[in-house]
Design a protein around this ligand. Structure first.
Ligand SMILES: *Cc1c(COP(=O)(O)O)cnc(C)c1O
Length: 387
């Protein structure tokens, strides 16, 4: 049997895969089973921060792998401790809980917010406000947090304690904060799965001001937007706000599964022993990869991300067949005249891997993608949109 046949026969049918089998990659180039080369404009959904099999990252991971691969959270280990320190120093947050995915990072954020609100305001303050069109994960609780009915239909009953309000509507938010018992407000500064929609700066600022006024916590889901993707280390930094809780995952490990939930000073002691845990969380190999990723995301590098972002916005804005360009940093959505899925299909045929989000073509290249690859990809994508 071919790999495609094996997969179709034995892997649960939850993914609509593109007809491409990836067999190897280097940087922003990947190769399929027939040796065909593609420029990777998706980086494994914002995971491969420095592309595939990047040398610095591979060296960091291999060095840890040959020391030990796992030890459990019953013992201390250096990569986990060092990574937590780096995250705190770069964000001003005070404590980090490590997990293995974005959904788990959000689960931890939700538990932290509920415990804090319960202790400070009372156990009836468990509700978390999230935005319509948001995406926070696939576990039942993060699915409940997700403000898109299409994900909910078949999985009821959902976890109680979530209300969804429209993005960029301060009045609706204030009404809820004024009239209901709320623990926290949770947002993505750029909605990724929801169609690469950046929240307006005034809305984010007002949301933080309202959260302060009504004494509710702020949680920013940086699973997709984090780790340099937005052009700043974390996307909230573009808005000059200071969240109480930040969750991240995807690009943090640079290709290995790692989630992190960062707690500000207010919540630094919210958890005690036994309140939360994870067998694999803070795995030393994943943390070693993440340390090498974070070390490279300095101000000079982030500037190059913003420059590449501008290059892409300029290249696509007003191009034939492209109705609008949205997003931030190297997280870009193209509203196309043709169906996004047709554009992506044509790009694959012409050697460029793109993603979709809702009705948009979504681009999430590796943050170090070279300009020659970007130029080639832009040509292919523009042609696919135009014809
Ligand atoms: C991908 C994503 C998640 C879920 O992450 P998993 O690692 O798939 O669990 C949560 N929130 C946002 C904003 C995401 O983009």
């Amino acid at each position: 049997m071919t790999v495609k046949e094996l997969d179709t026969s034995y892997v649960a049918n939850t993914y609509k895969r593109f007809p491409v089998e990836i067999v190897r990659g280097k940087g922003s180039y990947v190769y399929d089973e027939n040796g065909k080369e593609y420029i990777d404009m998706g980086s494994g959904i914002a995971v491969n921060t420095f592309g595939l099999s990047d040398e610095t990252w591979v060296n960091a991971v291999e060095a840890q792998l040959s020391k030990f691969q796992h030890t459990s959270n019953l013992y201390y280990s250096e990569p986990c401790a060092v990574l937590a320190k780096k995250l705190c120093e770069k964000t001003g947050m005070k404590k980090v809980f490590f997990s293995n995915s974005g959904a788990e990072a959000n689960e931890c954020a939700i538990k932290a917010a509920r415990k804090y609100a319960c202790e400070m305001k009372g156990e009836e303050y468990f509700t978390i406000v999230t935005l319509k069109n948001s995406f926070h994960g696939r576990t039942l609780t993060t699915l409940s947090a997700t403000g898109q009915d299409r994900f909910h239909e078949l999985f009821k009953p959902l976890t109680p304690g979530f209300v969804h309000v429209s993005a960029n509507d301060e009045k609706e938010l204030e009404e809820i904060l004024k009239t209901q018992k709320i623990a926290a407000v949770m947002i993505e500064c750029v909605q990724g799965e929801g169609g690469v929609m950046a929240l307006s700066e005034s809305y984010v600022k007002n949301l933080f001001a309202l959260a302060k006024k009504y004494d509710v916590l702020t949680v920013v889901d940086e699973v997709q937007t984090g780790n340099g993707r937005s052009g700043m280390l974390y996307s909230y930094m573009n808005f000059g706000v200071s969240p109480d809780i930040v969750s991240t995952a995807k690009g943090l490990g640079g290709g290995l599964p790692l989630g992190a939930t960062m707690l500000s000073e207010k919540l630094e002691n919210v958890f005690g022993p036994g309140d939360h845990g994870s067998t694999f969380g803070g795995n030393p190999v994943c943390c070693a990869g993440a340390i090498s990723v974070l070390d490279r995301l300095d101000d000079g590098f982030l500037k190059t991300v913003r420059e590449k972002s501008k290059f892409l916005f300029d290249a696509f804005s007003g191009a034939k067949g492209i109705k609008s360009v949205s997003g931030m940093g190297l997280m870009i959505g193209l509203e196309t005249e043709k169906a996004a899925s047709d554009v992506v299909k044509e790009c694959i045929e012409n050697g460029v891997l793109c993603l979709t989000a809702k009705n948009k073509v979504r681009l999430l290249p590796a943050l170090n993608i070279p300009y020659d690859a970007l130029n080639k990809a832009v040509d292919v994508i523009k042609r696919a949109c135009a014809d």
